[in-house]
Every structure is written in structure tokens, then in C-alpha cells.
Write a protein that binds this ligand. Sequence first.
Ligand code: F0G
Length: 345
Amino acid sequence: MPIPLIERYRDRLPLEPGDPIVTLCEGSTPLIEAPVISERVGARVLLKLEGANPSGSFKDRGMTVAVSRAAGAGAEAVICASTGNTAASAAAYAARAGLRGVVIVPEGKIAIGKLAQALMHGARVIALRGNFDQALEIVRALADRHPVELVNSVNQYRIEGQKTAAFEVAEELGEAPDALAIPVGNAGNVTAWWRGFGELSRAPMLYGFQAEGAAPLVRGVPVPEPETVASAIRIGNPARWEEAMAAFTSSRGRVEAVSDGQILDAYRLLASREGVFCEPASAASVAGILAHGLAAPPDHPPPETVVCVLTGHGLKDPDTALGKAPAVIGCEAELEAVERAAFAG
Ligand code: F0G
């Protein structure tokens, strides 16, 4: 059984001595080689499988810390705006801690698995007739008016918990990789990884990737009506904009856009050739290095080791998967018919 993240990194996390540890044994996720992608980009590529966290995404790293602190501080409820994964994770940890959970999601724009999770964990799910950016603005105002803990990544404890992914990768490789490729939505996760590497002796170049229709950091202006198949990163005005841009600059990396077509190609490639089923937003990290290569500044050697962060599990979004997958083959219950169906052609 993995050690709860808070126990593994207690000395590097800002909890109070009396805080309860609200855990589902998150973190300690696999870091695996990706031979097919490595071959294509001409470098050693590894995948950090954050979908292996208890609720199926990296959000659990931040949520264990944020909800432990909220419980320690006497909060009765947690609230968040979400494109789905934060909602699922907040609902799970709130249930675990015996707190009420309220999650606000853009109506009709979150993957069905995430919705099922939030509802099953007993959160109050509010479907906003608006987008994520509007939902975040509203929950920020609500958190000022009510005694609830806001657990979006504007919450410092979320970032602190999520920085532990950088510790794990550096421990496993012996040092930080040369580059880290990561999907960017509200820009909390890239901020967290950068903070984690900042607490170590070496930091990678950061390659951030946004979906073309939701790429405010690439364009340099907010996108009022973001649109992409990667619903998790359908965000037009990231809360951690400045910090993320500062991280890309200091790391000598970059932030670039990938099209929905490129995201879906990488999504299928990961599933069919590497055996890894992630959600579309997660595949943006791999789509990015396939589309843009592994560029480095002229006075910087090209990266030899690259870690792609696969942020969430593919089972979160079965609709997108089934919409892109080959058809199922129907068959009568007869040996010859099954034989034909299985092996002919
Ligand atoms: N990948 C997945 C699967 C996500 O769910 C998110 C964000 C990101 C990448 C981007 O991370 O926002 O820290 O830059 N999901 C949030 C949510 C917004 O509400 O679940 P970020």
C-alpha cells in the first residue's frame, strides 16, 4: 500500500501539528518508460501516471493537504469550481473527512465519469450555465461570504501538495529530468511542479501545452469563450497566469498550443501503442512534444530525458473514448461465427 503523501513528505508540507491526516493513499504514482514516443521524439520519454491516484487524477495530491488543513481549521464545508477532476477529488476527500462538499461545474461540459464521482461522494453538484472561468469567479465571492474552504488551486495547500509529484520524479530518476511536458489549464499544476523542483537542486525546462481553442497563455490575452475536446483544460483566464509564465521563463521552457486533432492522435497513440489510457487533456503533454519537438535555447543542450505528466485517467471520459474508437463487433453465440469475428480479415 502506498504511504499517504502527507506522511511521505510531512517535513516539506505546511500542516499544523494537530491537523488530522485526511488521506486515500494518494501519490507514489508510476513513472514508466514510453518506448514508442521516445523513438518518435529522439529522447528518453517517461510518463508520470497521475491517473493512478485514488480519484483518478493529480488533484488528490493537493486535496489531501487542503482538506486536512481545512478539517484542522474547523471548516464544515469545502467548495470549488471545476472542469470535473477537482470536483471529483474535493467530493471524495470531503466525504472522507465528514465535511460537506459543494462543486460548481460548467453545465454539459464535464466528462461523465467525473460527474458520477462527485455525485456518488455526496457533493452538492451545481451545473452552471456558464464556463469554468465564471464559476471560479463566483466561488471566490461565495468563499468570502460563507465559512467554507475554497479548494481550487488558488488555495496554497493545493499547490503545496501537488509539488510532491516533482519530488517523486527526482527521487526515482536520481535527479530532475531535463524537461517536463505538462498540460496547462488554470495553471496551478505547472506552478506546483515548478515549486517542487525549486526546492530541489536542479530544475527541468518546462514545456506547457494548452489546447488551441483555450490557449490564453500562448496568445497573451484571456479567451472569453474557450473551446476544446479536452474539457478538463477548457479554461480562458487561468488563475495562476503570472506564476506559470514566470516558471516557463525561468526554466527556459515555453508554452505552446496543440490542436484538438493533435490531442486526440496522442490520446489514441498512448492507449494503442503504450498501453496507457489517459484522458484527452492529459494527452496534450505528449501531443505537444510530438507536434513541437524538444527545442532548447541555442546555448542549452537539447533534453535527453523528458517526463510527460499524464494528469488524469482515461476512464473519466468514456464518451470521448467511444466516439473515437473502432466499432464493437456483434456476433451470434456459435463457435464458427465467433471464430470468424475474432480472426477473419
Ligand atoms: N489535466 C487534467 C486532467 C485536469 O483536470 C486539469 C485541470 C489540468 C490538466 C490542468 O491543470 O488547471 O492546474 O493547469 N483541471 C481543473 C479541474 C481545472 O477543475 O478539474 P491546471
